[in-house]
Ligand binder design. Structure first.
Ligand SMILES: *[C@@H]1O[C@H](CO)[C@@H](O)[C@H](O)[C@H]1NC(C)=O
Length: 360
């Protein structure tokens, strides 16, 4: 009798140990490097994830605080579109977020490229078809965009879209591109990735991820196909989606799209974590403190000019005139509190056609 009780206790302990190990494994994502927290082990599978915050860009307000994911979104990975966002900025809270590209939010580049600057000003930058332009250039990161497009009969300029991004940081390079597509099929994945010159495959399933060998870059699918989030350790995060030009859009804007190419292109939303005050590039410059926009605000299509400053010779070269890229200089840039406020502001609603409303 006593020995069978003992055996049962041992068995129970063993089961508990296995469950605990599984739970710990579940909780150890590859997230720790790319965020400002450490993931805490969970004791039971299904419990909301918990994190312990570290310093946020030198701000200690949330340091050491423990954040627990809400019941509605217990995991940091996206499930049914909702995921837990543990925010160790001075906000210091864990909330549910829909991980979608917000084309009206700060750092968005969508449509025929329509930008929303770090200053909240909306502008268009047309560039030219089949050329590359530096859109963000700072000491520790450089981002070029490859434009595709066409010039409809009787127009004086190219209609353009962003087809690919080339990103360089420290000694690494990364590209994300939309494949050329004739007819759009919603179920087919049209994203292509490369890391350090090699193609990268990310399984087409919700939640599937790819992490670079050194752990400094992570790709995570937001939906089964055609949308991902890319996080580069403590530098930036980027949501990317591929979308086609629809017949309706073509008609409304008179793009004159033919049936052999739907001009699959990227919708993008950047979030930067470590920009310097001298950041440049079409989009980057709008994150400078005290930036004065040259764009005519209040006209139907405010244009950012100066193509010649931003032209890059290839997708992965940092030779545009506006370039600030010098990756050997890894000294951390100075971050002011105004900037922290800016990147943690919540910009959901849209104030008229030319501005963004942000809750701080
Ligand atoms: C990208 O990185 C790889 C590996 O470091 C390197 O061999 C290649 O030259 C880089 N590509 C460009 C265009 O810089």
């Amino acid at each position: 009798m006593a020995s069978s009780k003992y055996a049962a206790a041992v068995l129970l302990a063993a089961v508990a140990a296995v469950l605990l190990i599984m739970a710990v494994e579940v909780a150890q994502g590859s997230y720790d490097d790319t965020t400002y927290y450490n993931v805490l082990p969970i004791t039971r599978i299904g419990d909301p994830e918990r994190v312990a915050c570290s310093d946020f860009l030198g701000n200690v307000k949330c340091r050491g605080k423990r954040l627990t994911c809400p019941k509605q979104c217990p995991n940091r990975a996206a499930r049914a579109g909702l995921s837990c966002f543990a925010d160790c900025s001075p906000k210091c809270e864990a909330t549910c977020k829909r991980r979608k590209i917000n084309c009206q939010g700060y750092g968005a580049v969508c449509y025929d490229p329509r930008f929303v600057g770090g200053d909240g000003v909306v502008f268009y930058f047309h560039g030219k078809a089949n050329q590359n332009f530096c859109i963000v250039s700072d000491t520790n990161i450089h981002i070029n965009a490859h434009f595709i497009g066409k010039r409809p009969e009787g127009r004086t300029r190219d209609y353009t879209w962003v087809q690919a991004l080339g990103i360089m940081y420290s000694s690494h390079n990364f590209t994300v591109a939309a494949k050329k597509v004739a007819t759009w099929d919603e179920t087919a994945d049209q994203l292509l990735f490369s890391y350090d010159g090699k193609l990268v495959t990310v399984a087409t399933a919700e939640l599937s991820t790819w992490v670079s060998p050194s752990g400094d870059l992570r790709i995570e699918r937001l939906t089964q196909v055609n949308s991902v989030e890319v996080v580069i350790n403590k530098i930036m995060s980027l949501k990317v989606g591929v979308v086609p030009i629809t017949q309706k859009e073509s008609k409304v804007h008179n793009y004159q799209i033919s049936s052999d190419d739907c001009f699959a292109h990227l919708d993008l939303q950047f979030k930067f974590m470590d920009l310097s005050a001298t950041v440049d590039g079409v989009l980057g410059q709008t994150y400078q403190p005290n930036y004065q926009t040259p764009v005519k605000v209040g006209v139907p299509m405010p244009i950012m000019g100066g193509d010649h400053k931003y032209t890059s010779s290839s997708l992965l070269s940092s030779d545009c005139k506006a370039s600030k890229f010098s990756p050997s200089n890894t000294a951390s840039s100075s971050i002011n509190s105004e900037f922290i406020k800016m990147i943690t502001a919540d910009c959901t609603s849209r104030g008229g056609q030319h501005g963004i409303m942000c809750r701080r």
